[in-house]
Write a protein that binds this ligand. Sequence first.
Ligand SMILES: [Zn+2]
Length: 316
Amino acid sequence: MNATKTMIAAALVWLVGAAAADDAMSLDELLERFGWDFDTAVVTTERVGDGLYALFGLGGNVAVSIGADGVLIVDDQFPEMVPKMRAAIEALGGETGAGEIDYVINTHWHFDHAQGNLALGPAGTRILSHANARRDMARGGLINLVIAKYRQEPYPEDALPAITYTRRMGLRFNGEQIDLIHAGPAHTTGDTAVIFRGQNAVHFGDVFITTGYPFVDVDSGGDIDGMIEFCRTVLDELPEDAVVIPGHGRLADRAAVEAYVGMLETVRSRVADLIDQGKTREEVIAAKITADYDDTYGLESASLGFVDRVYASLTR
Ligand SMILES: [Zn+2]
């Protein structure tokens, strides 16, 4: 009896400890933190090439291929945004019939890029991703953004990718070659860059963004050296005049990605030097090592999470 009581007490202590460590925000709290509002969010579009467009709404950027084979999109934001995306696609001339989207490729498992699966999967859209992205969507997990934490719930079977790959996969769709490329752990362990060969464009997912410093999701297996390697691998595939669709932010080009890789390498080596000198995480963050990049990639406060994750990646 006493042994049982001790076991229950131990379990309760563990549960309380786990609850305290898991100070995750709800989606509503997170949306408020980022100033995101589904009711007022508007989907805007930008032409990338023949039959290829970028959609901007709430969450990650979406690429849309529209043509004789139907509609293929890259990333799908949130269920609340799906009707707005369908309307935008119809306005672009998509043969969407009842507004259906035939395929979606998820660049990775994060909710702001894949949560739309919850609406599209049950509606019959075929979902593709890297095998690790599917695994992470199926099991869910805590996303530690440093400034906030969000627990992504496991997706049901009908919202999970039915088609997965591990290194590369090619599709012919709307008369063009579409290549899915994975180059190892980067932003997560299941990142995909989607190259539209015919339109000379790429959707980078969150490995490359133009809204500021990137997020290395170290708790999800993300890796700063992998981010650099992933960018280099994709750059090797792209002609000089390629259009770059980032995971978040305005469209960009090769030069922007090359400058970004230079920033990643410099910050990485500065953090590594401080670690070699025996500096703690707090000391590394206090050293303001991104000061010369803050005008380009965000305010000093925005670099805190980035430097924290680079430190976490290098000391794992
Ligand atoms: Zn992400």
